[in-house]
Design a protein around this ligand. Structure first.
Ligand code: HAM
Length: 411
């Protein structure tokens, strides 16, 4: 019989501890920035009734990229390809009892049946940040400010990324002005959405609209006002991008995307905009709504490219190294004593020679080792070694935690 394959399903990810360490770091920055802006954390199931994507999200995602199946009760179920319909469903369900404006965030994994490639996978984790109940441009300004704060908190400089903004109404007015029929309008929007993937974009566009389209698209008052508001918030790496459309049908006004300025990381880092009408699809009352999503894949690439990811260390501060099996139980109780004092301790039960144990602890990045043998237990004096400097101290049990925390705080 053949062995089972060890590969994960195509395009989804296994997170070994070294990967999970990076994920946790990314999540920790997301959590801390969002909480500093007063946003509340929410979550939901990865399974949704398929119909919530079929009304007004994105034709491409629904028809080509969702994982949809029938459950045993013949209900159509979809693995969420994005979080926006989910949060809208949740808000609509309790709209009468919630107090607005709402500022909510979540870090769901989402699934899209795409061809796996650099920066694009079939499963990614996506920070979602949304405001419900604000009509003015302050919502967009705050969201873009948060996006910038996230980038800066990761250690990125303003020159490392560019914020592209547009107002869908500019496009819609231009299309109306050209007198195109509905079919042609759909083709123009589709072509714009596929701009980066279309080699002869200019030619195709001229064929559709009869002239160079970009020239007709000029910034409106909203774009100018948002740019001014962002400047007032210390953000000036913003450009007007008249061709930016974003693939979702639900956006109604300002849309924005953030890109790495390093062309080796070509995919967008964030994308979002205003979507005032989506609540009404769920029977909700129309209120001003805007938000964005930011994926874990492209930000990780941006940080890797610039060497901004933290080094992984084993979480333990101390490795307790018993010199023989008889010392195992004592070692376990010593570890517990240290944990109570706030020191994270790991006990080695491999029975290897002490030199070997020290080598392994060092390789894992554990800063301290403590040797535990019959003699040490008898005398209540233990050798505590700080591996980085080689500094060593012989201490009674009662003083170990103190020595470790003091040395750690001096690092
Ligand atoms: P989106 O532009 O489809 O927007 O995705 C947002 C971000 O998720 C992208 O900028 C990218 O970083 C990441 N992303 C998207 N697809 C993939 C993929 N296949 N692999 C890796 N990363 C990916 C939305 O999903 C909107 N629902 C965002 C939103 C929230 N709008 C309002 N609120």
């Amino acid at each position: 019989m053949n062995n089972l394959k060890t590969d994960s399903y195509k395009g989804v990810r296994d997170f070994y501890p070294e990967d999970m360490f990076i994920q946790d770091y990314i999540y920790s920055v997301w959590h801390s920035v969002l909480q500093s802006y007063g946003y509340e954390h929410y979550s939901a199931s990865v399974l949704e009734p398929s119909e919530i994507y079929e009304g007004k999200t994105s034709a491409e995602i629904v028809s080509e990229q969702t994982y949809t199946f029938k459950d045993r009760g013949d209900r159509r179920v979809t693995l969420r390809p994005e979080m926006t319909p989910t949060i809208t469903r949740m808000v609509a369900k309790k709209q009468k009892s919630l107090s607005f404006p709402l500022r909510w965030y979540s870090i769901p994994n989402v699934f899209r049946y795409e061809r796996p490639q650099r920066g694009r996978l079939r499963e990614h984790w996506q920070l979602n940040v949304d405001i419900f109940g604000l009509d003015g441009l302050e919502a967009e300004a705050e969201l873009i400010e948060i996006a910038s704060a996230i980038m800066r908190n990761f250690g990125l400089k303003d020159g490392d990324f560019i914020i592209k903004i547009n107002d869908r109404k500019i496009l819609e007015e231009a299309l109306a002005g050209l007198g195109l029929d509905e079919n042609k309008k759909i083709l123009v929007r589709k072509l714009l959405d596929r701009k980066d993937k279309t080699k002869d974009f200019e030619e195709q566009m001229i064929e559709l609209v009869g002239q160079s389209f970009e020239k007709i698209l000029q910034p409106n008052e909203k774009i100018q006002e948002l740019t001014r508001k962002l400047k007032a918030r210390g953000i000036s790496n913003v450009v007007f991008e008249p061709m930016l459309i974003r693939g979702f049908d639900y956006y109604t006004g300002i849309v924005f995307e953030i890109f790495d300025t390093n062309k080796d990381n070509g995919r967008s880092l964030f994308g979002g905009g205003r979507y005032d009408n989506l609540l009404t699809l769920f029977g909700g009352e129309k209120i001003g709504t805007a938000g964005f999503g930011m994926g874990d894949v492209t930000i990780r690439e941006a940080l890797e490219l610039r060497n901004l990811l933290p080094n992984r260390l084993c979480p333990a501060h101390v490795a307790i190294c018993p010199t023989n099996e008889l010392a195992f139980d004592y070692a376990a109780s010593l570890a517990n004593r240290l944990r109570v004092a706030g020191i994270d301790a790991l006990v080695n039960y491999d029975g290897k020679k002490i030199g070997e144990q020290i080598k392994r602890a060092d390789k894992k990045g554990i800063p301290f080792i403590i040797c535990v043998g019959d003699e040490e237990i008898g005398k209540n004096i233990f050798k505590v070694k700080y591996l980085k400097s080689g500094k060593e101290k012989e201490l009674p049990v009662e003083q170990i935690a103190d020595f470790v925390s003091k040395t750690l705080s001096e690092r």
